[in-house]
Design a protein around this ligand. Structure first.
Ligand SMILES: Cc1cc2nc3c(=O)[nH]c(=O)nc-3n(C[C@H](O)[C@H](O)[C@H](O)COP(=O)(O)OP(=O)(O)OC[C@H]3O[C@@H](n4cnc5c(N)ncnc54)[C@H](O)[C@@H]3O)c2cc1C
Length: 183
């Protein structure tokens, strides 16, 4: 990273963190984006949809999110959050098509990669992140975060296998730790 450039640290390399990092680099290509992941990136995506990854619902062709929410057995309220107002099911399908993942819609509306493998979704995200210059650090745990007097964020990272501790500073922070408790 060059001195003087702004840094976004994304805490968590799951679906939210990796997609968030790609999106940040898309809208702000000069931003340094670092994803810190304690295990393997996108590991929950690998097991999602029985290993096939159900990316959205293809019956919501008008992008109306309430239709998607009604078809989702859990988390109805969360589905109606602001994200889906700006990025609905059709946007999801277009994004994957534009990034080389062929999708199919099953009779019940569930949308999967034609490959029937969540690896297609993982490979697409990791390749896009690499191409855009997202810096992915795996095997490192964020153990503390503090705000500095200068308005930045200071993180302590631990690589437990090597008994290594390092500190990094960031201008922006995206917490995407999933169901793990943020530190
Ligand atoms: C069995 C199953 C099937 C599913 N099927 C589907 C499906 O078909 N379609 C669908 O849309 N959704 C599905 N889901 C839900 C979907 O997998 C999750 O909503 C999604 O993966 C959540 O992504 P996330 O990035 O918010 O969280 P996570 O995937 O949990 O990612 C958070 C990441 O943060 C990392 N992390 C946490 N704390 C730290 C720390 N201190 N330092 C460094 N890293 C840290 C974790 O290791 C993790 O990788 C399924 C879920 C399950 C369990």
């Amino acid at each position: 990273m060059s001195i003087g450039e702004e840094v976004l640290v994304v805490f968590g390399g799951g679906a939210a963190g990796v997609y968030g990092a790609i999106r940040a680099k898309t809208v702000a290509p000069k931003l340094n984006v670092v994803v810190i992941e304690k295990g393997k990136p996108l590991s929950k995506v690998r097991i999602s949809g029985g290993g096939r990854c159900n990316v959205t619902n293809g019956h919501c062709v008008d992008n109306k999110i309430y239709i998607l929410a009604e078809r989702y057995p859990r988390g109805y309220r969360e589905f109606r959050g602001t994200f889906f107002d700006v990025h609905g099911p059709m946007d999801t399908m277009s994004w994957f098509s534009d990034h080389g993942v062929d999708l199919k819609t099953e009779d019940d509306g569930r949308v999967f990669p034609v490959s029937n493998s969540s690896s297609s979704i993982i490979d697409c995200h990791l390749s896009e992140a690499k191409q855009r210059g997202v810096f992915l650090q795996t095997g490192k745990v964020v153990t503390t975060t503090n705000a500095t007097a200068g308005g930045k964020f200071l993180f302590k990272l631990e690589k437990r296998t090597l008994n290594l501790v390092e500190c990094i500073e960031a201008d922006y922070l995206l917490i995407a730790s999933g169901s793990s408790k943020p530190v």
